[in-house]
Design a protein around this ligand. Structure first.
Ligand code: FAD
Ligand code: NAD
Length: 468
């Protein structure tokens, strides 16, 4: 029987990064993955394919809506081939997952294909597609089995008309009317893709605003921008039923005045969150505790109740984000090597890759109010930047929240072009516990979108923004 220092179950961004760090630290490492390609949700049916389609559809929208204002005239019709767009996306996925194969070989990580299940705390069975199985022995285990789309009890996901993000990434036709249940990250990103390609898109959201966990100002700005793009929002709506009528889907809901309303489309995307995935893992054979919410329970070292078994990523508590899973992978590898790693969960940024993009780190204004922390707020609109006018991307703002007494930056919230990249500056600043004044005194290249960060910092230090 082969034996390893550490075995990782699941090859998503949590699992494969943990494997690389374990191998770097000298551990004999095995990585088990049930699918034939590595990379998990993120690389196969998540972050990467969704961004590929967002980029492709953005190019199309630019061509039909914005080229003209830049003086570019197209003679003849601009057409979309969804088939080619999806094929390109698949190529991007293939290249990216292939890159993980390379990294596994480079780091001498043993990749075992098949479903991993616990026999006991130190023995794992790997069951291959043909039914054959192999048993390995391991000193330590890192469970990184990720998550799957969740649904509502009365909805049947038929994968034809009533779909999740996985199917939405490989549709064969552009929907005429896509009804999206859930105005969170997936609903807005994929809703925007199909809106750009010509679909009517209706988003039905239970809360009174979209992206409800982000700063309220961001919800408002993104709603405004996406409404301009033609997306219809139905907020404070409680969905009560979804029926597939063959070529149509009818979604019924109760609005905020308790009236029954219905929406008929040709596709319904259910994007109401994801659930931790432990099916087939036989966690009970090792005695691993799973919470009522289906998450693997871990302590501050990301260790389960069984001393040699750790868990990371979407299968445990916290934000379901690829970079959070990666940090946790490195954290556990370094813990196993006897180091004392640290993760500041407050500084894990959140990004929505719509256009305008939305990015956040630290506390929202609502959280500061709720915890009674006195703060100052500085906000600067993107439309006041020369860079934004040059590109034509004038929606959005940067908002910096800093402590009223110490001026320490407590939260940074952005909407606008390329803010997914700009948020890194805020993370660095907050990691080093910068004040708003610190940021305001650093030179920011002109003309850049990043100047909005400096200007918002100037505004937070006392109404000192220069360009408004
Ligand atoms: P996963 O990536 O889910 O990987 C788990 C792996 O474990 C899977 O490959 C699975 O097959 C395997 N597995 C499960 N059980 C077993 C078993 N018993 N034996 C063997 N293998 C097993 N996050 C971002 O940060 N940025 C984004 O832009 C972003 N976009 C997204 C877009 C979409 C459409 C979706 C659905 C998600 C997106 N996410 C994004 C979230 C991100 O994909 C997840 O947070 C991330 O993949 C979690 O990583 P993980 O390693 O915990 O699990
Ligand atoms: P989400 O939690 O982001 O959004 C779900 C939305 O559905 C929320 O706004 C919620 O209020 C709403 N909702 C819940 N129940 C509802 C109901 N009965 N009727 C109407 N609305 C309802 O979940 P998601 O968009 O499905 O994404 C799942 C996970 O994947 C998220 O945790 C997210 O972090 C991750 N993800 C991240 C990115 C990114 O980082 N850019 C992109 C896609 C997905």
């Amino acid at each position: 029987m082969n034996s390893y220092d550490v075995t990782i179950i699941g090859s998503g961004p949590g699992g494969y990064v943990a494997a690389i760090r374990c191998a770097q630290l000298g551990m004999k490492t095995a990585l088990i993955e049930k699918y034939s390609t590595l990379g998990g949700t993120c690389l196969n049916v998540g972050c990467i394919p969704s961004k590929a389609l967002l980029d492709s559809s953005h190019h199309y929208e630019d061509a039909i809506k914005h080229f003209e204002e830049h003086g570019i005239e197209i003679s003849g019709e601009v057409k979309v081939s969804l088939e080619k767009m999806i094929a390109r996306k698949e190529k991007v996925v293939e290249q990216t997952t292939g890159g993980i194969d390379f990294l596994m070989k480079k780091n001498k990580i043993e990749v075992l294909n098949g479903l991993g299940s616990f026999k006991d705390a130190t023995h794992i069975l790997i069951t291959k597609e043909d039914g054959s199985s192999e048993e390995i022995e391991t000193k330590n285990v890192i469970v990184a089995t990720g998550s799957k789309p969740s649904t509502l009890p009365f909805i049947t996901i038929d994968k034809e008309r009533v779909i999740t993000s996985t199917e939405a990434l490989k549709l064969k036709e552009i929907p005429k009317h896509l009804v999206v249940i859930g105005g969170g990250v997936i609903g807005l990103e994929l809703g925007q893709v199909y809106r750009r390609l010509g679909a009517e898109v209706s988003v039905i959201e239970f809360m009174d605003r979209i992206i409800p966990t982000m700063d309220k100002a961001q919800s408002k700005e993104l709603t405004k921008a996406m409404k301009k793009q033609g997306v219809k929002f139905h907020l404070s709506h409680r969905v009560s039923g979804v029926t597939n009528n063959g070529n149509e889907v009818t979604v019924t809901a109760t609005d905020k005045k308790d009236r029954e309303v219905s929406f008929t489309g040709d596709y319904c995307l259910v994007s109401v969150g994801r659930r931790p995935f432990t099916d087939g893992l036989n966690a009970e054979n090792a005695g691993i505790k799973i919470t009522e919410r289906g998450q693997i329970e871990v302590n501050e070292h990301l260790q389960t109740n069984i001393a040699n078994i750790y868990a990371i990523g979407d299968v445990i508590k916290g934000a379901m984000l690829a970079h959070k899973a990666e940090e946790e992978g490195v954290f556990v590898a370094e813990t196993l090597a006897g180091q004392k790693p640290h993760i500041d969960y407050n500084l894990i940024p959140g990004v929505v890759y719509t256009w305008p993009e939305v990015a956040s780190v630290g506390k929202t204004e609502e959280q500061l109010i709720e915890s009674g922390i006195k703060y100052k707020s500085g906000q600067f609109p993107m439309r006041a930047l020369g860079r934004s006018r040059a590109s034509g991307d004038t929606d959005g703002f940067v908002k910096i929240l800093s402590d009223e007494t110490t001026d320490e930056v407590l939260g940074v919230h952005m909407v606008g072009a390329r803010v997914a990249d700009l948020i890194a500056e805020a993370v660095v600043a907050m990691e080093y516990r910068a004040s708003a004044e610190d940021i305001s005194r650093m030179s920011h290249a002109h003309p850049t979108y990043a100047e909005a960060v400096k200007e918002a910092a100037l505004a937070a230090t006392g109404d000192r923004a220069l360009h408004i």
